[in-house]
Design a protein around this ligand. Structure first.
Ligand code: ADP
Length: 350
């Protein structure tokens, strides 16, 4: 596990056309955090009303690390609430649970016969666990294969994710190409080859300790944390020991990296100037950050509390999203089975 600073330099992605099919997933493995928000969710919300979009709560993926059914259920509802509170409009796009489209596991199996072990051994999520001395199960090892199935089963062409997922999307591209080359005529491929959509200014959001913010590192600030809990976390962000009076470099500070994500350009410049001038301590910067977080999520917090009182409505939205997504997946799977030579005698999925 590395505590090195994160390199946030990335080329900007190109938003292509409105005919792109946007596909992305988030694990229900704990409260969603600022890394999930700036790396993925914010883009999901921005894109979903202008594109065909499929966003799923990847509960199968979460089985790689979580073995507590009550938590899995609670976190699943939490992710849905987060999307809706942050502005997801169920009339415009599809939000659903991965397990409502069980065909993804079928496609993952087909893909796992095209993926090579050496390729999977290079997977960042798997390598990271091994490096930490944590036990890695076969599900974690084949995580990118299930992810490829998730993306390709809806014909996804653009995948808004954080930079930590870049390599996994590359594996999806390889599997799409390999499937097409192996099973399809050259002029009639089944799968489009998707592109990642990664915003350069957020790339990887640092956590309290400066490593990548992650649910599994216990270094995350939850999107919907507030009050004392939030304050305590913000105040614990790791900084260097430059004394209060001394000038500071905003470009190499975790607090400023987070401030930059929330602040408009004027506020950003004012705070950066205060850093450089000296007499402005990290405690001051943390207070600025706290205010920015509170302002940014004020409305969403109110909406979320209201939505949380009607969980049945939220599950209705997920059910309907899952039904539509499964229809789309069914069309792809019919073609896949036909190309691969799998004969099925049961009725196709609804
Ligand atoms: P986690 O690592 O917290 O379990 P997930 O694997 O569920 O998060 O990732 C969901 C989405 O959030 C992905 O698109 C991922 O790239 C993005 N993401 C997660 N952590 C960060 C981070 N620290 N910075 C930027 N994006 C992130």
């Amino acid at each position: 596990m590395s505590s090195e600073r994160i390199d946030t330099s990335m080329p900007s992605p190109v938003l292509r056309k409105s005919s792109d099919v946007i596909v992305s997933g988030i694990q229900p493995s704990g409260a969603l955090h600022l890394g999930n928000y700036f790396g993925a969710l914010r883009q999901h919300i921005q894109l979903h009303e202008t594109h065909e979009a499929y966003y799923f709560i990847v509960n199968y993926h979460t089985l790689t690390t979580l073995r507590d059914r009550d938590k899995l259920r609670r976190y699943t509802l939490d992710v849905a609430l987060d999307y809706l509170a942050l502005g997801f409009n169920p009339q415009a796009a599809y939000l659903f649970m991965q397990s409502d489209v069980p065909e993804v596991t079928e496609l993952a199996w087909i893909f796992s016969n095209l993926a090579t072990v050496s390729q999977l051994e290079k997977g960042v999520a798997y390598k990271d666990k091994i490096a930490q001395g944590l036990p890695a199960n076969a599900g974690l090892f084949t995580y990118p294969v299930l992810q490829a199935a998730d993306i390709l089963i809806y014909g996804g062409t653009l995948v808004p994710v954080g930079a930590d997922q870049k390599q996994h999307i590359e594996m999806t591209r390889v599997l799409a190409e390999r499937f097409n080359r192996t099973y399809c005529p050259e002029d009639d491929p089944v799968f489009p080859v998707p592109e990642p959509y990664i915003l350069s200014d957020v790339a990887v959001v640092p956590g309290l300790d400066g490593r990548k913010m992650s649910k599994s590192y216990e270094n995350a600030i939850g999107i919907f944390e507030e009050g004392k809990v939030l304050k305590k976390k913000v105040m614990s962000i790791v900084t260097d020991s430059t004394p209060l009076e001394a000038p500071k470099d905003p470009e190499h500070d975790n607090v400023f990296t987070l401030i930059r994500l929330f602040a408009d350009s004027e506020t950003r410049e004012r705070i950066a100037e205060a850093y450089r001038a000296g007499g402005f301590g990290y405690g001051h910067a943390k207070k600025e950050l706290l205010t920015l977080i509170d302002e940014h999520f004020a409305e969403a917090r109110i909406r979320r509390k209201e939505l949380a009182r009607h969980p049945d409505d939220v599950f209705d939205i997920l059910r309907e999203g899952g039904r539509k997504a499964r229809e789309r997946a069914g069309e792809y799977m019919e073609r896949v089975r036909e190309h691969v030579g799998l004969i099925t005698t049961y009725e196709a999925a609804p």
